[in-house]
Write a protein that binds this ligand. Structure first.
Ligand SMILES: N[C@@H](CCC(=O)N[C@@H](CS)C(=O)NCC(=O)O)C(=O)O
Length: 306
C-alpha cells in the first residue's frame, strides 16, 4: 500500500455526511452515473469525527466528501463529478454539457456554485448558501460543551479561517448579522440569474442535464433547509420553480438527498425555524425583485439600442 492508498473493500467508497452540500453533489452524481459505492457516513459538527487522526489519514484537510476509487482518494466535489463522468462516460447520465454554449460557460458557472477554500463565504452562490445555513451548524455544535468544541477545532482543524468560524458559531450561535445579509443578497443575484438562464424554456441549465444541475439541486435543497424555499413561486420565479420540481422528480433525488437526511440536522432545523419561514425571507424576496427589475431594464435598454 503506497502512502496515497486508502484501505478499501469496494471499487468505489465514499466518505460523506448526509447534509453536506458537496457530499450531496457527489451522491447525486453517483446515482446519475449508476455507480454503486460503499458508504462511510461521517458525523461532522455533532462529534468532530472528521477531526480525528483516523480521518486525517484519509483527508488531511478534514473535509468531506472523499471518493476512494480502488484505494486512490479523490478530493473536491467538482473534481469528483468530472472524474466520475470521465470514468464512465457512457454509463447512466452524461454529466458534461452538450451544447457549445454550455461547454463555454461550464467553468465559470461551476466556479459560481462550488464550495472552495479560495472563495470567501458569500463571494459566490455556493458559499452564500453554505453561509446562510451556518445557524444549523451552530445549533448542532450546541449539543457539545463549548470547551470541547473549542479544543477540537482550535487544536485539530487545519484551516485557520474555519477553526475560528466554528468557535464563533459555538459561542455566538451564528455569524454577525451583516454577513447573513450579504449571503442573502448574493443568493438573490444567483436566483435571478438562474431564472433568466432558464427563461427560454430549456429543461436544464445547459439544455441537457449536467453537473451544473447536480450542483443546483443540492443548493436548492439547502434553501428548503433554511426555510427560504417560499421564494420558489410561479409569480416571482416561474422558470426556476418548474426547474426545481423537475430536478426533484429525477430518480437520483430520493436516494442521494432525502434518504440521507441526518437526524441531528433535522432536529436543528425544527429547533431554529419552528415551522416558520426564515426571518431573511422578506429580504430575499425584495432583493430578487430588485435583480429581476434590473434584468428587465437591461433587456429593454438593449431593445431600444437595437
Ligand atoms: N472544496 C471541497 C469543500 C468540502 C467542504 O467544505 N466540506 C464541508 C461540508 S460541505 C466539510 O467537510 N466541513 C467540515 C469542516 O470544515 O470541519 C469540496 O468541494 O468537496
Amino acid at each position: 500500500m503506497t502512502a496515497q492508498q486508502i484501505a478499501h473493500e469496494e471499487e468505489f467508497e465514499l466518505y460523506h455526511y448526509g447534509e453536506s452540500l458537496c457530499s450531496q453533489m457527489v451522491r447525486l452524481a453517483l446515482e446519475e452515473k449508476q455507480i454503486a459505492y460503499k458508504s462511510h457516513h461521517m458525523y461532522l459538527e455533532l462529534t468532530g469525527e472528521n477531526l480525528s487522526r483516523a480521518y486525517k489519514q484519509i483527508n488531511p484537510n478534514v473535509v468531506v466528501p472523499v471518493l476512494v476509487h480502488n484505494g486512490t482518494p479523490i478530493y473536491n466535489s467538482w473534481e469528483i463529478l468530472r472524474y466520475l463522468d470521465d470514468h464512465a462516460p457512457d454509463q447512466g447520465t452524461p454529466l458534461m454539457p452538450t451544447t457549445p454554449e454550455g461547454l463555454a460557460a461550464l467553468e465559470s458557472q461551476v466556479f459560481e456554485n462550488a464550495l472552495r477554500g479560495d472563495i470567501a463565504l458569500g463571494d459566490n452562490f455556493g458559499t452564500s448558501i453554505a453561509g446562510a445555513s451556518t445557524y444549523i451548524l451552530a445549533n448542532i455544535l450546541k449539543r457539545r460543551p463549548a470547551l470541547a468544541v473549542m479544543w477540537d477545532y482550535l487544536l485539530k482543524h487545519p484551516d485557520p479561517m474555519r477553526k475560528f468560524a466554528f468557535c464563533v458559531l459555538r459561542l455566538r450561535g451564528g455569524l454577525p448579522k451583516p454577513l447573513y445579509e450579504k449571503f442573502i443578497r448574493r443568493l438573490a443575484k444567483g436566483l435571478a440569474d438562474t431564472e433568466q438562464q432558464l427563461a427560454d424554456g430549456r429543461d436544464y441549465m445547459f439544455d441537457n442535464y449536467s453537473l451544473l444541475d447536480v450542483m443546483m439541486t443540492a443548493h436548492f435543497h439547502r434553501l428548503e433547509d433554511v426555510h427560504l424555499d417560499m421564494i420558489f413561486s410561479t409569480d416571482q420565479l416561474p422558470h426556476l420553480t418548474a426547474y426545481w420540481q423537475r430536478v426533484q422528480a429525477r430518480p437520483s433525488y430520493k436516494p442521494a438527498m432525502t434518504d440521507m437526511h441526518s437526524w441531528e440536522w433535522r432536529a436543528a432545523i425544527d429547533d431554529i425555524y419552528k415551522g416558520q419561514p426564515s426571518p431573511f425571507l422578506s429580504l430575499l424576496r425584495s432583493e430578487v425583485a430588485t435583480r429581476l427589475a434590473e434584468q428587465d431594464a437591461a433587456r429593454n435598454n438593449g431593445k431600444a439600442a437595437a
